[in-house]
Design a protein around this ligand. Structure first.
Ligand code: GTR
Length: 397
């Protein structure tokens, strides 16, 4: 028994060692790479206007991401039904209203329910913007009794700033687990997707869940549905970006430390790689993505193009200085490389060429960025920056 235990510990240590050491963290070893052309169509035409982008190149790139990275994003269902299952107009000592909304979606006689939790400020008495969190950290981080005030979802601070805050557990649509991810919308509503190499998988399902929450916001009179801010951390940040691309009702897309296959450039060999991520989390992506493991140069896209697909709506990318796994610099470079598409819309973002110093937020037209000190997490500090950006973008100061 003892020897068995020792073998297990050694194997585990070896795995951890291999994980940490096999990745590159040396700037001088990121190598040279060539990003795919963003503004040249598949038949070689140069795109010089936002009309051309919207008509030809944007749909091409969107399809490339669907086919090669995240899978399709089905939008059809037979029915959607909303029911307020719990409500407290006197939450947080009277300053907020709490609601739980059961969003039941039916397709071919099968149904899935997404439970949306939300607080809205009681003052002002007018529709407010909402922060919607795609939450993979479980309900404990969104304690509706507010006994447990988790910095991951700092509801009081958000309410005090005059915003609503909402969130749902990703497990409602696709459990975050290789053996169980299908036990949600994939088995019940969209089983055909599971047969396709470019079919939806967990990240897409999480984005889909957020789109159903937005369907509710459009009906909820306490929400200003023109000012929806989607937020996700890490794997949730990847889903937030994909949602921002797919659902134009998102006004600001926030990616917090989404890293590889999120905001970070895949071709920059730094931190997590397509090989690592598709080995550890194959169920997040369309099966086709795996062919780019150790083969990023063959990808027909890179992640700056994902950010560009959100234009002209706003994007906020947050990093943490010690979170090298998520490659803060690679995320900044992707954001900057997305600029030419924003320029087609006359938005001159003009980000500095170098990533800003730690804890120095930058807010430029339709793009914002910060690199917080510390580790991989989403903290009240990050939220303060998101709110500053939203205040600025929505002219709320
Ligand atoms: C890691 C994964 C990252 C990131 C992170 C998280 O293990 O490699 O891509 O998604 O999980 O979600 O916290």
């Amino acid at each position: 028994m003892k020897i068995y235990k020792q073998i297990c510990v050694t194997l585990l240590l070896l795995f951890v060692f291999q994980t940490l050491v096999a990745q590159n963290y040396d700037e001088s070893k990121t190598g040279s790479y060539h990003l795919p052309e963003m503004l040249v169509t598949s038949d070689g035409k140069k795109i010089t206007s936002f009309e051309g982008w919207e008509r030809i190149r944007r749909p091409e790139i969107l399809k490339l991401f669907e086919d090669h990275v995240y899978g399709q994003f089905p939008r059809d269902f037979d029915n959607i039904d909303f029911k307020i299952t719990r409500q407290d107009k006197n939450a947080m000592g009277g300053k907020a209203t709490f609601k739980e909304v059961a969003i039941k979606v039916t397709r071919n006689q099968n149904e899935v329910t997404v439970n949306l939790l939300m607080f809205t400020p009681n003052e002002p008495k007018e529709p407010v913007p909402v922060f919607l969190v795609i939450n993979h950290r479980g309900l404990k981080t969104m304690d509706i009794t507010r006994q447990n005030k988790d910095g991951f979802w700092p509801a009081e601070e958000v309410i005090d700033a005059g915003y609503a805050i909402a969130g749902f557990d990703v497990a409602d649509v696709a459990p975050d687990n290789n053996d169980h991810f299908t036990e949600g919308i994939l088995e019940k509503l969209y089983p055909g997707q599971l047969k396709m190499d470019n079919g939806m998988r967990a990240l897409g399902a999480w984005g889909w869940g957020a789109s159903r929450a937005i369907d509710w916001f459009e009906k909820d009179e306490s929400i200003d549905a023109a000012k929806i801010i989607s937020v996700g951390h890490s794997r949730g940040g990847k889903a937030s970006l994909w949602l921002g691309v797919q659902d134009k009702r998102v006004a600001i897309t926030v990616s917090n430390e989404s890293g590889n296959s999120g905001a970070a450039l895949s071709r920059r060999n730094f931190g997590e790689t397509v090989e690592r991520i598709t080995q550890s989390f194959p169920y997040w992506f369309a099966p086709n993505y795996r062919q780019y493991a150790n083969n990023e140069d063959k990808l027909p896209v890179d992640q700056h193009m994902l950010i560009a697909l959100i234009a002209p709506r706003a994007v906020y990318v947050a990093s943490a200085a010690e979170d090298l796994w998520a490659d803060p610099k690679g995320q900044y470079m992707a954001l900057k490389a997305a600029q030419p598409v924003f320029e087609l819309y006359g938005i001159n973002t003009n980000l500095p060429s170098e990533m800003p110093e730690v804890n120095q937020q930058i807010i430029h037209p339709h793009m914002g960025f910060h690199n917080r000190e510390g580790k991989h997490n989403m903290t009240p500090y990050d939220w303060q920056q998101f709110m500053k950006f939203a205040d600025h973008y929505f002219h709320r100061q």
